[in-house]
Design a protein around this ligand. Structure first.
Ligand SMILES: *Cc1c(COP(=O)(O)O)cnc(C)c1O
Length: 435
């Protein structure tokens, strides 16, 4: 049930109602109110003819859980409803959501222009895994629209960015990127992980496809890996090679001619996820659905805590800078007001004062002195998290290399959780006092 269909006697339900109800009606056989976990690999066919129709995509139905599953379908429809899209495809992880999207759109020799403010894993995927697929990614400063335009070549097939980039705390001008995409007949893909559909809905600003690491705020409790793709159904793929041309891996099916505005999602599901196997498990889909039920309440609290933590850090004498777009000092404050009116999320970075080896050591001491913030490599948990890239993910880099990669030796990344705010401030205060 997409948002457009999710009406009751003409009423379009609000975001919170859709978090709890979209895509699901109580089970007709058992009356179960919660979404059941359909922990099955496969589904009995009513008849041999019906089976033949399913495999020929003449009839839509359940075949095998690598392709579709009733629990996962609720998660997909609920996400599509919340993002105001036409439909969704769930994937094994956020990385799988991106790769599925790109493998559905791109052919060897194609290019993508992407923001250089991307999640580290995405950067690696776009540089190294894309190379194995014959695809080239060109990276540009996301604020420099001349650079976006200059990087587009006849081989370019998509534009890609993140709603909120880290560690810069940059907010993407999605509507401007969407206008550029329209002018060049290129779908615009936005990773909306840090914002979630509660804080920003990129499709309503003209983007064509949204991808998520549902591992983060959607699941929300740091217990399961998952991803999802949502599409607007509004990009006209009539002349877009991979979606319009006959597809050799589906007996020359023309996805656009056959499925119209559902062509991209159908191809992503029945071809790309079928062949890569990067599907979401029904159990993880259940946990993601559970997470969605409280998304707005959690995000309001994440934002409230993050805003106060950022303000506290900004005035602290041992802190050099804070890159939170919710702060007035942020160069992205105006874009945040436009795209993130309910708040700028709760993942951001700040820098400890000092230079070189001395501040690298301070960073390590700071992390070790925290009590409530967990030191680990994740974001979007209900609990507060912290990482010091210079002594963990980027420890092999020299001080000069760290600075060159935009990650100073004193940079700390926080994912502010849902704890009592005063306790978080107390924890940061005592750890800053130690260094
Ligand atoms: C975590 C993350 C990913 C990758 O998602 P996984 O679920 O870990 O595969 C992609 N983009 C962003 C912004 C992320 O935070």
């Amino acid at each position: 049930m997409s948002q457009k269909e999710n009406k009751n006697r003409g009423r379009t339900f609000g975001f919170d109602t859709r978090m709890l109800h979209a895509g699901h009606i109580p089970d007709a056989t058992t009356g179960a109110r919660a979404v059941p976990i359909y922990q099955t690999t496969s589904y009995v066919f009513d008849s041999a003819d019906y089976a033949a129709q399913l495999f020929d995509l003449k009839q839509y139905g359940n075949i095998y859980t690598r392709i579709n599953n009733p629990t996962t379908a609720v998660f997909e429809e609920r996400m599509a409803s919340l993002e105001e899209g036409a439909g969704g495809v769930a994937t094994a992880s956020g990385m799988a959501a991106q790769l599925t999207t790109m493998m559905t759109l791109l052919e060897p020799g194609d290019e993508v222009v992407a923001s250089q403010h991307l999640y580290g894993g995405t950067m690696t995927q776009f540089v190294h895994t894309f190379r194995k697929l014959g695809v080239t990614a060109r990276f540009v400063d996301p604020n420099d629209f001349d650079a976006w335009e200059a990087a587009i070549t006849p081989q370019t097939k998509a534009l890609y960015g993140e709603t909120i980039g880290n560690p810069q705390g940059s907010v993407l001008d999605i509507a401007r990127l969407a206008a550029l995409g329209s002018a060049h007949y290129l779908p615009v893909i936005i990773d909306n992980t840090f914002a979630t559909p509660y804080l920003c809905r990129p499709l309503t600003h003209g983007a064509n496809i949204v991808v998520h690491s549902a591992t983060k705020f959607i699941g929300g409790h740091g217990n399961s890996i998952g991803g999802v793709i949502v599409e607007s159904g509004e990009f006209d793929y009539a002349h877009y090679g991979s979606i319009a041309d006959p597809s050799p891996s589906y007996h020359n099916l023309r996805f656009y001619d056959t499925f119209g505005h559902h062509a991209f999602l159908m191809k992503a599901r029945v071809e790309t996820v079928r062949d890569t196997g990067a599907c979401l498990s029904p159990f993880n889909a259940f946990l993601m659905i559970q997470g969605l039920e409280t998304l707005s309440m959690r995000m309001d609290r994440h934002v409230e805590n993050a805003q106060d933590v950022a303000s506290y850090l900004e005035q602290h004498p041992k802190v050099d800078w804070v890159a939170y777009p919710g702060l007035e000092s942020s160069p992205y404050h105006a874009l945040a007001a436009k795209y993130l009116p309910k708040g700028a999320g709760s993942v951001f970075s700040f820098g400890l004062r000092g230079e070189g080896g001395a501040v690298r050591a301070k960073g390590k001491t700071f992390i070790e002195s925290l009590n409530l913030f967990s030191h680990l490599a994740n974001v979007g948990d209900a609990r507060s998290l912290v990482i010091h890239p210079a002594s963990t993910t980027h420890q092999q880099l020299s001080d000069a290399e760290l600075v060159a990669s935009g990650i100073g030796p004193g940079m700390i990344r926080l994912s502010v959780g849902l704890e009592t705010k005063e306790d978080l401030l107390w924890d940061l205060d005592q750890a800053l006092h130690v260094i």
